[in-house]
Design a binder for this molecule. Sequence first.
Ligand SMILES: *Cc1c(COP(=O)(O)O)cnc(C)c1O
Length: 420
Amino acid sequence: MEYQNSLDFAKQLDKEDSLANFRQKFHIPKDDNGNEWLYFTGNSLGLQPKITQQYIQQELDDWAKYGVEGHFMAKNPWMPYHEFLTEPMARIVGAKPIEVVVMNTLTTNLHLLMTSFYQPTKTKYKIVIESDAFPSDRYAVQSQLAIHGFDANEGLIEWKPREGEELLQIEDLEQILNDQGDEIALLLIGGVNYYTGQYLDLKKIAELAHAKQCFVGIDLAHGAGNIQPNLHESGVDFAAWCTYKYLNSGPGSLSGIFVHEKHAYNKELPRFAGWWNHNKETRFNMRQPFNVMPGAEGWQLSNPPILSMAAIRASLTIFDGVGMNALRKKSLLLTGYFEYLLQQIDSENIKIITPKNPEERGCQLSIQVKNADKKLHQKLTEKNVITDWREPDVIRCAPVPLYNSFEDVFNMVTILKTLI
Ligand SMILES: *Cc1c(COP(=O)(O)O)cnc(C)c1O
């Protein structure tokens, strides 16, 4: 597509956009004068779908009406409530239903999954992460090393960008695995890096790691609802993601997990147990010995928070109404336009650190502004442009195809230009 640097052109793209009407399904925050914010932080907290309130209200009403009987009598019975989320969630990440469940929160799930897939021996115990991993993932991995009796620093291998570069190269991971594969037990990698927005080749990572008998886990916090990770096909052993970023399910909402089908019936994997991963058929007999369920459901522990799941259900309804193919198609166009407009800014101080290749990124662009400091971010905020600032000099911006318009992108870049 030949883009043009004009408001008319942006408006024309919105007119031709078959997903443009999804914007009005969301609450767009406004300033005190009623002007809509230019919201570019759907990668941090997605906006609220208007139907969410009604979905949560339904469960409040049924709780008021039925009390405990709501587990069976509610319009959407709470007993199997998590099952309503499984298939739509599996469609979003490209998985089979048996491979997916929604439960707990993200970091908790990383630990539960590492309990099963981090099985260190005296000689094969190291864990690989990307050097700019999200802090929670780094802490999680370090604490796993520590509770298994290893030195948290010595046991941690960082896959780093090359000197003077920001992005990771798969050849460098290959090198790490060639050199130290015999000592590595697990790779825990952010599928889309939170800082640079780089989308890594999950299938390639899985192939390289499995060739050295290492397990692979993927943190998809910045991937779910953004890119199409095709988790089943990728062959990774497990993955986890949150639902409050691109999946628009509310602050602190639950996490999704994926455990590849090849592990679905392996009852030997070490794991924690609770009544919710015990066989559904006999769960309420209460006096049965533990009998773990097959598939991802076999990692649950507790009966889940229905109100939060209601918000996820509302959001997944919207995703099912669009489909990830159409969403990704718009996303490529929208982020492409954003990139084009940023490139039109005549300044040597501005550099996009996110990969240029659209196949290696989602919707987020991370913009490095040389000589800038947090004041730039404050000025953007004062002008209703909501972005995310990462020290020392990076603005992360995510035009989200469900609710951001081409006009949003045009207006955002126009304001940024005046501030640089
Ligand atoms: C957002 C995010 C988290 C947050 O973890 P919570 O357990 O949901 O607080 C963790 N890891 C990554 C990569 C993230 O992007």
